[in-house]
Design a protein around this ligand. Structure first.
Ligand SMILES: [Zn+2]
Length: 116
């Protein structure tokens, strides 16, 4: 066996030993974390859920702010404000087809409230 082959074998064995050692460390860490969290699954789930809801609200607000702060020239994909405007346009078009515009409804409502 040449010196180079011996050296490579030693390095490979050392690398394997280090990998096995780290795997055992990770395993013991995972086991201790499991012991710490057992019985608290509902609390952890609730915290993750509320954190996700908070992040969703922050992201949604930021995207809506960008919609008005840096207006796009055409409706953008994944912009909730653009999607809502498109939906409102569709609803208005449907109401106009049915003969009941939102503005007419508002005027009638004010008239009825004022007469009473
Ligand atoms: Zn937009």
């Amino acid at each position: 066996m040449s010196k180079k082959t011996t050296f490579l074998a030693v390095v490979a064995t050392l690398t394997l030993a280090v990998l096995v050692y780290h795997t055992s460390l990770l395993r013991s860490e995972i086991l201790s974390l499991r012991e710490e969290t057992s019985g608290h699954a509902d609390d952890i789930y609730f915290l993750m859920k509320s954190d996700s809801a908070r992040l969703y609200t922050i992201m949604d607000t930021e995207v809506r702010i960008l919609h008005y702060a840096k207006p796009h020239k055409h409706p953008m994909w994944a912009c909730p404000e653009c999607a809502e405007q498109k939906n409102r346009e569709k609803l208005d078009a449907q109401k106009e087809i049915q003969g009941e515009s939102r503005h007419k409804h508002g005027a009638e409502g004010v008239g009825e409230a004022g007469s009473k």
